[in-house]
Design a protein around this ligand. Structure first.
Ligand SMILES: [Zn+2]
Length: 118
């Protein structure tokens, strides 16, 4: 029998932690980091223009890990520079970008509910 170290999961809310070890990065974790970086404008919101090709060892803008040749790399343009991300990271990034933009729009037009659907 192996004694397990149980740790109570309390206060795990809104604690940004630096991406360093990269061993415990779940989707939800990464998603939260993307959201935080979008809010702080440290990551631009993607707008759908992305080419995919084989990884070339460049670091991923989202998780900062190298994109290996065995993985799919997404090349995102439109920001004056080219950004590279893993296929998986890109998907999360795009989803969060859409959510981010929607949130911004909702904030700008707060209270003004336009219920008309064309
Ligand atoms: Zn990545």
């Amino acid at each position: 029998m192996i004694p397990t170290n149980r740790q109570p999961r309390s206060g795990a809310f809104g604690r940004p932690r630096p991406i360093s070890d990269g061993s415990s990065g779940t989707d939800e974790n990464l998603r939260r980091q993307i959201r935080a970086r979008l809010l702080e404008a440290r990551l631009p919101a993607v707008n759908g223009v992305a080419r995919s090709h084989r990884g070339s060892g460049r670091p991923c803008i989202v998780c900062r890990r190298a994109i290996e040749p065995t993985e799919v790399e997404r090349q995102v343009g439109g920001f004056g520079v080219l950004l590279f991300a893993h296929e998986v990271c890109y998907k999360l990034w795009r989803e969060e970008s859409v959510a981010h933009r929607t949130a911004v729009v909702r904030e700008a037009t707060s209270g003004e509910a336009d219920g008309s659907i064309p």
